[in-house]
Design a protein around this ligand. Sequence first.
Ligand code: CMP
Length: 139
Amino acid sequence: MTTNITFTMVKPDAVEANNIGPILAKINQAGFKIEAMKYMRLSKEQAGQFYIIHKDRPFYGELVEYMSSGPIVAAVLSKSNAVADYRKLIGATDPSKAEEGTIRKLFAKSIAANAVHGSDSDENAQIEADFFFSKLERF
Ligand code: CMP
């Protein structure tokens, strides 16, 4: 199977709880290579732009406030079947529905503060990776 990419963020709740290290360890143990990474804080405008596909959802305002409330770690990950395998590793959006051993089951606090983001398609993985990283920042 060809190698492809997914995009992830360690969200403000997981950064605040000192879980960057344990989450990155899970990512590496599951066989993902880190192609790009940065530690930064999104402005409200940037968070709103990143999640623009959700702009008509009732939780959009809360999501934008939350994602700009503290620093995040953004990363591009590569592996065969990256998008689907990463979604399996992180578990369901709502941590109360996530399987045992998944990143969200282990580290997420709520559906909004759910520890990590993971791309939902190859197309969105490219869009999201390009939102955060230039070609010079990808390895
Ligand atoms: P993420 O995978 O980053 O993609 C969109 C995010 O919206 C999702 O994770 C959740 O954090 C958030 N989200 C989805 N549904 C809800 C909800 N019902 N209430 C609050 N936030 C939500």
